[in-house]
Design a protein around this ligand. Sequence first.
Ligand SMILES: [Zn+2]
Length: 288
Amino acid sequence: APPLAEGKWINSEPLTLQGLRGRVTYLEFWTYSCYNCVNTLPTVKSFDKRFRDKGLTVIGIQSPEFEREKLMENINAGVKKLEINYPVVTDNEMKSWNAYGVNAWPTIVIVDKAGLIRYRHVGEGHYDMQEKVIRTLLAELGTKAAAVANSGDDEFNGEKVVKTEAEWKPLLTPEAYHVLREEGTERAFTGEYDNNKATGDYHCAACHLKLFSSKTKFDSGTGWPSFYQPINAKNIAEKVDKAFGAVRTEIECARCGSHLGHVFDDGPKPTGLRYCMNSVALKFEASN
Ligand SMILES: [Zn+2]
């Protein structure tokens, strides 16, 4: 999950997702005068009350719709009136909002102990599903799977991530699900990373395994992010794809088997390969 942007914290010292590794984090992008957001609060408060000591951290990300919602005195008054006692952080410049690709109030994102986004929901409702996800992720705390955190994403260690399609579906956006799990292809020049020139690593959008580095990215002019080699040959799997009457080599994530794109032999030196990826199958994380 992207790091939280800096803001003013209410009810807490500043928190970071890095510091919350090992806990489950429930983020609500909201604003205090949004009616739909306020409707979610009884449930959100109840999650905080029932699960905080079991390893859940609830954070309200105050994302202003109007100028007046940026003023600290108004935010403080709103939080007090609504009797919120979990941490709230201001996001006046909508930096966290943009980093998470949010576009509506409220949006819920649940992050697991390893810092991966495991659930996302826009709007009110779906509280039973949210509770189910929270319980599932809390149950993962303290198990030996804790080793998956951080360094576990650098190199595929042979331990596959296996989920049913019904399990993948709520974890991915519909666009990402279509590409990753149904071998779809995003339209050229529409993806988020086609023109991304920032320094960092590209992870599998489904399981977070590290796949490509910005160091091997090049401008292929195709409208899809292109790389001349993966970060580690172990992290990707090749598969012959005979769809559309042509034989192409499909590239999958070695850990979770999700479809990422294809590889062609018209790339630049030193490999001569062109890994043609779908932006939506990747999650870019800038290096600090
Ligand atoms: Zn994966």
